[in-house]
Design a protein around this ligand. Sequence first.
Ligand SMILES: Cc1cc2nc3c(=O)[nH]c(=O)nc-3n(C[C@H](O)[C@H](O)[C@H](O)COP(=O)(O)O)c2cc1C
Length: 225
Amino acid sequence: MTGNYNLEEIERLIKNRRSVRFFKKDDVPDEIIQKLIDLAHWAPSGMNAQPWKFVVIKDKKLIDEIRKVTEKGMRFTLKVFTGRALRWRILRSLWKLLQPSKFKTIDPRVLQGMKAHTKQKGAADVFHHAPVLILILGHTGSSTWIEDCSAATQNLALAAHAMGLGTCWIGFTEKFLPLLGSRELKKKLGIDGDWVLATVIVLGYPSVNYDAPVERDNPEIIWFK
Ligand SMILES: Cc1cc2nc3c(=O)[nH]c(=O)nc-3n(C[C@H](O)[C@H](O)[C@H](O)COP(=O)(O)O)c2cc1C
């Protein structure tokens, strides 16, 4: 089996996948989502424990509820990092004191992203109006659930791209839903006990056609020969 693939095609698939942020309203049929999840779950996992569960959400009300929790977290974080009022400055100083490394390393692009999604008027939808939201839950009984679920997510993203669908990871929900979601909401979503939220991805048919990949910096490679 090894090596019996068309590398050019695989390279084209990997390099042309883009995070899609513009979607058509069209539903994605359940059979297609099933196929994507099948390919996702062929990802490697530590000890082949497969510590994942896939939560597929098409219910607009539920998507909206998760969106609101996410935006609340983004608004709060933005205030902590950039708010001018005294309470935010005090909180910022405390945060710097308690989490100095995190404060120094927050990427300005992340703040920019939060601003784009939380402005009162004309704010961009954090889920980019995608018709499907998929949460991948990890089981903490496996010590490699983060890696395993991330590998599954990338499988899903590549397979979706190959099938003419678009995806976009939503890190903001990954961070804020576990922190700020109500116990009932999380329980409903299966985030309960040993099951934790690993990754979040939106899915739909793209309404844009990207003609070039997003450029990458040259990676640093350290060789020992
Ligand atoms: C873990 C993770 C979280 C991300 N979170 C978001 C997000 O919340 N919103 C968003 O629009 N894009 C998000 N992205 C997409 C990145 O911005 C995107 O992958 C990056 O800019 C490179 O572009 P490309 O995926 O089109 O190659 C996320 C990507 C990853 C891997």
